[in-house]
Design a protein around this ligand. Sequence first.
Ligand code: G6P
Length: 456
Amino acid sequence: MIVVSHRGPYSFSRGDDGNLTAHRGAGGLVSALGPLLSAEVDATWIAAAISDDDRSAVRAGTTGDLDVNLRLLDLDRAQHRMHYDVIANGVLWFLHHGIFDRTRRPRFDLRFRDAWDAFVAVNQCFTDAVLETAAPGEVVLVQDYQLTLVAGQLRAQRPDLRVVHFTHTPFAGPDDFSLLPTDVGADLCGALASGPAGFHTKRWAEAYRQSARATLGRRAAVASPFVASLGPDVAALEAVAASADARAAAGHLDDAVGDRLVIARTDRIDPSKNIVRGFLAFDRLLEARPGLRGRVVLVAMVYPSRQGLAEYLAYENEVEQVVARVNDRWATRDWLPILLDDRDDFARSVAGMQRYDVLLVNALRDGLNLVAKEGPVVNRRDGVLCLSPETGAYDELKSAAIAVHPYDLEQCAGALDDAVSMPLDERALRATKLRALATMRSPADWLSDLINHAGK
Ligand code: G6P
């Protein structure tokens, strides 16, 4: 079996001694698939070398000593930048999450066309890497929007391979999808339509089916999409929770928050995560409920992401400014309302998830949001989940969560209020139900669904 994803399970960095060491990434896909693939002797994972140290590791041959058979691609730098920053994250991410500021973006000009060519070429590099290693009839599992064209390229060149594409993001419905230049939309949908294409929820699968129909025409053959939701790896999470790093982080958090109520969130700083409105809703909560001042802390474990994009840098700035404003408004000598922690540190996030009384996930739109499932698994305080209906996880967890409207600050503040004031017996009932719902699906279930859809 071959797994293909843009970001791989390991990244490399050079220590003080000058040696390159591998670090396991913290993303959902990686934590879910890593242990499963390391147990599979014949599995290969193909991904991009992203940092300079990753590239050095490829050149030094250091990627061979890991528990997965990892092949990192040393892509042409300029092409890779256009693929990742301009098309994958600058266009497709915004399109599928419905977050274009349409009066200004998108603009499809000559620069876009160059970048689109680079996107096609980078997808072809991944395809070529698969072609070099794939045995006849091998299963190939291609992941996510950065590699939308790979499955189609593979099927055209090696019809014997059993290829599945899985999208971890939402998928734009026809009204949004039609923003793309017609040929680009047709290439993207055409690649997915040529075989099994999976999504986390029915909603994204249906949006894809409708966009493919609208883009390719009613008579085009569009293979039926399938739905396979991902669940957290409970054993791996418990191991992290028990680690010295998580215990140290839990100690620091206890020192900082004491016995106050904790509302927590953990996200990449990404406009789709709606972090700023979350702070504004918290501000409104403190305004409306004076009794909560000094008694509640918003622990925001949010860390920089995709810093090659101006939109992300601007959003990061806005996050910092809003935190400063809210803290300026309410802080007292011994209470800081928002604790902003911008380290990308999974053990720290797990410690925060163990401690929360309320977990806030108010994304504008999100393919799944694994945090909404991981939180209830590790939480130790019968914490309440405030969850946006725009996340894929909402379909599975809604009966035990409190809905937060991603745009309605009054509603969100009210939902946070309900969550912090919920009687203990109701909290306990909901937390038990949440844990059961969040663990209905394991990473192994998800993987075997993909393999089954790859066919015999
Ligand atoms: C989302 C995407 C993944 C991506 C991750 C982190 O979860 O679905 O494909 O890897 O975000 O984003 P990054 O750009 O840092 O890889």
